[in-house]
Design a protein. Structure first.
Length: 130
């Protein structure tokens, strides 16, 4: 039987996930620089990069990637940050992820499939797909 997580740790993690959602780059950088894992994930497998990407915060995405976060880390539903950015039509986030080596074919659905599904032709061009 596992122990319940420390409420203070849960509170801190919740705060850090909120910083990613809000794009509060400097605060995220400070926490990661102080030892919070750049690939910290929540109970659904969403990484900090996923949350920042989905909410359109290219600066936060770049900062996390520069600190070692995985651009292709899938969540529990098999989705990547790049697919999340494609779903939301976030061009700058898409560019940041591609610059870091994100794979447009990774995940289910992939970023390419997502862009096709929502007729995001500008993103398909970035992916080199038609």
């Amino acid at each position: 039987m596992s122990e319940a997580p420390d409420p203070e740790v849960v509170e801190l993690a919740t705060k850090i996930f909120d910083l990613a959602r809000q794009g509060r780059t400097e605060e995220l950088e400070a926490y990661v620089d102080a030892g919070v894992p750049a690939d910290l994930t929540n109970d659904r497998g969403d990484s900090l990069v996923m949350l920042a990407a989905y909410h359109g915060h290219a600066g936060a995405v770049r900062a996390l990637l520069a600190r070692g976060a995985d651009a292709d880390r899938v969540n529990d539903r098999g989705q990547t940050p790049l697919a999340g950015a494609a779903f939301k039509g976030e061009t700058e986030v898409t560019r940041a992820l591609l610059e870091a080596g994100a794979d447009p074919a990774a995940g289910t659905p992939s970023a390419v499939d997502t862009a096709r599904m929502f007729a995001r032709t500008d993103l398909l061009e970035l992916f080199g797909a038609q």
